[in-house]
Ligand binder design. Structure first.
Ligand SMILES: O=C(O)CCC(=O)C(=O)O
Ligand SMILES: [Fe+2]
Length: 277
């Protein structure tokens, strides 16, 4: 056991209302000083991350393509990273927004150095981009992304951008970010759909309905922040695997108490998992 990870144990009623209205809620500066230092340290001391920084130092960012570090699933978690999975705030957010029938889906970790490219607007619900009967049947189920930013980000510097209200638009092929932003779906969303560029201090969380359109801006070569750290845990409503639903390492299952076991005991993705039997 560690000391608490977060300064809060549950969201406020406003946080929950904002999540349903906008498609996400931002909890700025929500890590304790101790957990933020601990988590950052755990990430930076992973062998693969040390190797990554060595290889980055050998590049000339003005000439070479500065590559990001990306790992999915992020299984090499220390005690703080492990604790994120069912920290009281996380459990309370999930239960107060989507109920108690959810599974842990997968995780990822990303380090974006100066010069990292951005990523356009997208949704992440992995049944929407596939057309098997199971995917069609699962489309409207919850898929929640919990984004953690240990060292934060500023506008224009690898910031997350969101289109609040876009989670209310039915996900069909006709819906593109261009059309959303041209106002074609404002009536369906019940509001004017426009881009909001976020800025969050170190130790922040963004709790996001993956049906909301979101993207990231590039990191300028002259950014005052050397690199941006990013960790994500994803939860799905009980049901068949999503595209990246990860295998649970056996030692995680052995260590898990009964509540964790409930989140972990589900099928993981395999190339055959959506095919009809
Ligand atoms: O890097 C980020 O801030 C968000 C990345 C993203 O869109 C995702 O992980 O789904
Ligand atoms: Fe995304």
């Amino acid at each position: 056991m560690t000391n608490p990870i977060f300064k809060l144990t549950e969201p406020s009623a406003d946080d929950v209302a904002n999540f349903h209205r906008d498609g996400c809620v931002v909890l700025p500066d929500v890590f304790t000083d101790e957990s933020l230092a601990g988590l950052t340290d755990e990430i930076l001391n992973q062998d693969t991350v040390r190797e990554y920084f060595k290889s980055l130092a050998a590049l000339d960012p003005q000439v070479d393509d500065p590559h990001t570090y990306f790992v999915r699933p992020w299984n090499d978690r220390g005690i703080w990273g492990d604790g994120l999975i069912d920290a009281p705030l996380v459990t309370s957010l999930l239960q107060s927004t989507i109920g108690s029938d959810y599974h842990f889906c997968h995780s990822a970790m990303n380090i974006a150095p100066r010069g990292a490219k951005g990523g356009g607007f997208h949704q992440d619900h992995h049944h929407w981009k596939h057309e098997n009967p199971v995917n069609l049947a699962e489309r409207d189920k919850w898929y929640i992304q919990i984004l953690y930013y240990p060292n934060g980000f500023k506008k224009g510097d690898r910031n997350l951008m969101i289109i609040p209200g876009s989670h209310r638009v039915s996900p069909t092929k006709e819906v593109t970010p261009e059309k959303l932003l041209a106002g074609e779906f404002d009536d369906e969303a019940g509001r004017k759909l426009e881009v909001q560029r976020l800025e969050v201090p170190p130790g922040s969380m963004v709790y996001l309905n993956a049906r909301m359109f979101h993207g990231i801006e590039p990191k300028p070569l002259d950014s005052p922040q050397e690199y941006r750290l990013f960790v994500i845990d994803i939860f799905k409503e009980v049901g068949p695997p999503h595209r990246y639903t990860q295998e649970i390492p056996p030692e995680w299952m052995e260590r898990a108490g009964s509540e964790r076991k409930k989140m972990f005991q589900r099928a993981h993705y395999s190339p055959e998992c959506w095919l009809e039997s």
